[in-house]
Each structure stands twice: as C-alpha cells, then as structure tokens.
Design a protein around this ligand. Structure first.
Ligand SMILES: [Cu+2]
Length: 504
C-alpha cells in the first residue's frame, strides 16, 4: 500500500481494530469511601428530540477518595451496549473529585481490570512516586494508595491511565475523570460555581463504532466519527439565563478543537490548566489540544428562556497539520466524518435564571506572577524527532525507556525549556510535576488566553514553543517525572521522556 498521506508512515502500532477488554460487566460501588458522593440532577430531564441529556459526573468530596476502575458497558446506540471502562460504576469516565488546596488527601485506587493500569493526577504538583505515571503500576486486583498535599491553585485537573503502551487503549474505552481544586482566592470571586447548574464540566472526545457497537481502535485513524461530550452522544443541556462557566477538557486521542458558539458570540476565558487568569480574556474561538483544560464563562443573561444555541468545533479550513483538519472521510486513512468541518459539541437550551445568579464577570481575577524568559537561569532544548518513514515520533532521537533518565534538573532551578517541532505533524506537549508559563511561540504571539499557568500546550508543525518553570519541592534521585506528547497514540509509541529533579 502506498499511503497518500505521509502521516500513515508514522503509524507503527500493532493494535488491531475492535474494542478491548470485553470482560464481565462489573459495576462497582464502593460503600467504604469516606468521601461524600453526590449525584447531580440534570437541568433537563427530557432532552429535545434528536438529543440526549448531557451526563454530569457525580462528585466525590472530602480528603479520602476511593476509586475503583472496571470494565462496564454503556448503551450509546440501539442494539448492543458498548464495552467501556469507568471508575466507581460510571459507564464511561468517572466521578469528579473535589479537593481543597492545602488539604492532605488519601487516594485508594483499586484496579478491577484484568490488566495493569495506572492513575495519573494530571497537572498536580506532587512527589513523583505519587504521580501515577508509568512507574506506579497497579496490578489487576491490586489497590494503589498514594497520598499528598494539594498544592495546586483552584483549577480543573483530571485523572487518567498512564500505563505505558496501554494509555491509548484504556483511555479509548473511557477511563478518566475530572478533579476540581478549590481555594479561598477563587471562592472570594463572584464566579459561577454551582456544579452541574452554572458550572459545567465538559469532557470532549469522539469515537467510531463497529457494527456491533464496540469502540473501534485502529491504526488507520485516531479520529472518531461521532462526538461524545461527557460520554454523551448528541449532548444537550439546559442552562440558566445567567453567566455560565464551563470547565473544558480535551480528552481526545489526537483531535484538536477550535471551539466557539453557533452565533459567534464572544465568551471569556477565565482559567488555564493550572489556575485562573489575571483577568477574563474575550474570544470568539479557542484552540484546545488533547490534555489541555480551559475554563470559560459564557453570558446567557440576554438569552430568552426557551432559546437555544450550540457550542461547536470550527475545525474546517485549518492549514495542514491541524489535528482533525485532514480531508479524509470516515473509514479512510486519518479519516473521520468530523474532519475539516464544523460540528456540534453541545446543544444548549436556555432555562430560567436561578436566584442569586451571577450576571456579571469580575474584571480582575487573580494576581499571577508568571515566569518570564529573563527568570530562567538554565535553558534546555528538546526536539521532536523521527528516523524517517515508518518510524515513531521520539524526543531527541530516543524512544521512551523506563530505565533512561533523559533530563536532570536541579531542585529550585527556574528553567526555560524549548520544544522544537520540525517534523511533519502537530503535537500536544505535557509535562508532569510543574505548572509553567509559555513565553514564546515561533509562529507568532502567545495567545492572551494562554498567559496563565499551563501544563499542556499545542505545538504545531514547524513550531518552537518555549516555557519557563520552577522545579521546586520534590527532589528525588530515584523517581522520575514524565514529559510527553498527550496524543495517546504518540505517547504509547514512545514520544515520552523522563526527568529527575535532584537535590541541589
Ligand atoms: Cu504527538
């Protein structure tokens, strides 16, 4: 076969199509959890014809969080239920963990899968051995019990498997969940924060279904044909006519979203991966890559009760290299019926405002002092590489090895890392341990909405992106942190490295 698209040459995976882990449908429900479980009543119990009510994950609050990951099923299409993975009995995805900054938390993750997994606390500033990366494997049937202090600022984080060479397959089945960190600074601001009412977690991904309703996982394409918003097909939500906050996570395997609304209305970005922005940033569209989170507020105060609007992905017309911008249609190499087009992410029905509604946004939020290039006392450059047709993407010509330390950082150093992407596709770069500030993009200005604490960013073809971080608190000569592409297929094939933060 002579691929028309050179990108296929990068695909070296051995995975065949079809769904994985068709084990027993073991819905778990832990009664021993000392966290409080709350289910969330949706605003609309009956969806409009043609839509399904958006699933809002239940919440767990407290300081001890018991999670149990298991195979299960979800009825997504008529006919057979789709084999999936969920935490704590969820049919796809898992509960939202709500933590307080400064709290000491205990997590107990029980693996009820029939294979190893890990659970990574994406974005958390914690010791490497608590991080849930590829080294913290949880054997089938075992429980892993990390504990740590929540040092991060109020923001939206998430947990997901990080099992080397299994991340793609386990995430494809739906394994993951949100973490919301709260703190006093955020709590003092007049922002929407009633979970599931005016503060909506939105997890974006897409899947293709086999004729027997299994998720297709294939090396032919990483892009799904059907949009799943919080694991709901054709999702719809009722939202009150007031300021409404969304905590948006791109949980895709590879697709990037160019998000906006059907009427092209202006909305405000209020938070990045690791915290609130200094002030709301007005935009009409927002680029969000796999692993990234943005918090936005949309103003529905002038929308009539009964009106509707749609959050959409404006993924048509981007230059080559925009992941999901390929022309290929469903079933083709790099194909998807959602490629290079505008598609619906969430249908919104406007309902009556609730009493005490937030109807105006604060003009200022927090006072971040972000690291600048001038703060960096040490610099390093990492290249995204490959060895030609058929080879996987790598960093600096070396595939990932559990036994290789690729970078060593001295504790308390402020470093600038520059990632050079000279190769033929775009990526989403994520680094564990720290929140950083993006200080330059070779392709133009850093977007205003990116000027906050970040742990993940898009890096397009030919681009060099530099960021600055301080590596404080957690020195170890033994336990490494990861940096990697958050496109799970690229990560699994070896676009990942390890760094140690060693004592000064
Ligand atoms: Cu990548």
């Amino acid at each position: 076969m002579t691929p028309l698209n050179p990108l296929i040459q990068r695909r070296t995976f051995l995975l065949a199509g079809g769904a994985l882990m068709l084990g027993a449908c073991s819905k778990s429900s832990d009664s021993s959890s000392s966290a409080t479980t709350n289910s969330v009543a949706a605003n609309t119990s009956v969806a409009t014809e043609g839509y399904n009510t958006l699933w809002i994950p239940p919440t767990l609050t407290g300081t001890t969080f018991d999670l149990s990951v298991a195979t299960t099923t979800k009825q997504l299409h008529d006919g057979a239920a789709t084999p999936t993975i969920g935490y704590n009995g969820a049919e796809f995805w898992g509960p939202t963990l709500i933590m307080q900054k400064g709290a000491s938390v205990q997590l107990n993750v029980t693996n009820k899968l029939d294979e190893e997994t890990t659970t990574h606390w994406h974005g958390f500033h914690i010791p490497a051995e608590m991080d849930g990366g590829p080294h913290q494997t949880i054997a089938a049937g075992a429980t892993w019990s990390p504990s740590f202090e929540v040092k991060n600022n109020a923001a939206t984080f998430w947990y997901h498997p990080h099992m080397h060479e299994k991340t793609w397959t386990q995430m494809n089945q739906g394994a993951g969940g949100f973490i919301i960190v709260q703190d006093d600074t955020e709590a003092a601001l007049a922002l929407p924060r009633t979970y599931g009412v005016d503060d909506i977690p939105l997890m974006l991904t897409s899947r293709t279904f086999s004729s027997s309703n299994e998720f297709v996982l294939t090396t032919v394409t990483p892009y799904g044909d059907e949009m799943l918003t919080n694991g709901t097909l054709k999702a719809e939500v009722g939202l009150p006519a007031q300021m409404v906050r969304f905590r948006i996570l791109n949980a895709e395997i590879e697709r990037v979203y160019d998000l906006g609304f059907s009427d092209n209305r202006t909305f405000h970005v209020i938070g990045t991966d690791g915290g609130l922005l200094n002030a709301p940033v007005p935009v009409t569209t927002l680029i969000i890559a796999p692993g990234e989170r943005y918090e936005i507020v949309v103003d529905l105060t002038a929308d009539a009760v009964g009106a509707s609007l749609t959050m959409q992905a404006f993924n048509g017309g981007h230059p080559f290299g925009f992941p999901g911008g390929e022309d290929a249609a469903s079933g083709e190499v790099f194909g998807s019926s959602l490629n290079n087009t505008t598609f619906d992410v969430l249908h919104i029905n406007v309902i009556a405002a609730i009493s005490g509604a937030v109807t105006a946004l604060p003009t200022e939020l927090v006072a971040n002092t972000l690291w600048t290039a001038a703060d960096a006392t040490s610099k390093r450059t990492i290249a995204i590489t490959d060895t030609g047709p058929g080879s996987p993407f790598t960093f600096d010509d070396a595939g990932y090895s559990m036994d290789t330390i690729n970078q060593t950082v001295t504790l308390d150093t402020v470093e600038q890392w520059s990632i050079n992407n000279g190769k033929i596709f775009s990526h989403s770069f994520h680094m564990h341990d720290v929140q950083f500030s993006i200080v330059s993009r070779s392709t133009g200005e850093v977007a205003e909405y990116e000027k906050g604490w970040k742990d993940t960013f898009s890096i397009f073809i030919g681009e060099s992106v530099s960021f600055v971080a301080k590596f404080d608190d957690f020195a170890s000569t033994e336990h490494p942190f990861m940096y990697h592409c958050h496109m799970a297929n690229h990560e699994d094939e070896g676009l990942m490295g390890q760094f140690l933060v060693v004592p000064a």
